[in-house]
Design a binder for this molecule. Sequence first.
Ligand SMILES: C[S@@+](CC[C@H](N)C(=O)[O-])C[C@H]1O[C@@H](n2cnc3c(N)ncnc32)[C@H](O)[C@@H]1O
Length: 312
Amino acid sequence: MEFQHKSVLLREAVESLKVKPDGVYVDGTLGGAGHAELVCSQLSAKGRFIGIDQDQDAIIAASERLEKYQDRVTIIRSNYCYMAKKLKELGISRVNGILLDLGVSSYQLDHAERGFTYRVDAPLDMRMDQRQEKTAGDIVNQYEEQELYRIIRDYGEDRFAKNIAKHIVKAREQKPIETTGELTEIIRHAIPMKIQATGGHPAKRTFQAIRIELNRELEVLRDSLDDMIDLLDDKGRISIITFHSLEDRIVKTSFKTNQDPCICPSNFPVCVCNRKSKGKVITRKPVLPSEKEIEENPRAKSAKLRVFERIR
Ligand SMILES: C[S@@+](CC[C@H](N)C(=O)[O-])C[C@H]1O[C@@H](n2cnc3c(N)ncnc32)[C@H](O)[C@@H]1O
């Protein structure tokens, strides 16, 4: 199957990078290379583009799509948390722009066997990196009830988290929970019928929570932001598209702290903590998709783009 994915905030995200034709740009979530292709089309033969993704299917699709730019493109299968190390191996210590378009691709969601979707019955997988051993099934069948409750509450923001965790543990006492369909049925029983009638798909939040936990999405983002900002050259930009409030809060806080890192009490006449600003937040408010984009691509609905510019 073709790698089907409509890039979200395509023009806005790429414009925000202010691509210099001879510059060096990195996409840490290459996916189907939609954003990447637009960046590459603005580079000269002297420019460089490094695309990173941990999913083998994305690597294959992106390699094909970017073939015509192969003189300036390097594609790496890795987690973006290793970006600085991977760039160092290529002899690159500074870049002019970094893009992250977080979360899963439509391709990953549409391929039922990847186990990301509650819409089709498939093994409980949800690994973005197929080399990883742990799957969603391990979380569902092995985590303590309290841990399941915590992740469904914190990463799914589901108000029935406690009951869902309880139902999961009760069900797996009978037999292991093996498929997305089985899990969806268990969740249905844990959520009151009248909420199910109005509140969107009952399994949506729990699936999101398990996916975030399994792929360590929030930790990876939180732990990588400072390193990525440190890779930026003067006036280099990092542009990040998030899809839920937990990710957006991490990005917003990190950008703000990198702009104003001083922790001195406000009544101190001068700064004594000596923490220096690394640049400025370009987007005081996040850039949101237009109504037209949301109409054409409902997945764009929750997207937010934030941009930070390095000043050296
Ligand atoms: C929303 S898609 C990107 C789509 C892409 N911008 C496009 O226009 O085609 C997100 C991609 O990021 C990858 N991904 C998510 N987290 C990652 C991480 N920590 N390291 C590397 N790749 C990651 C996923 O495997 C997926 O292919």
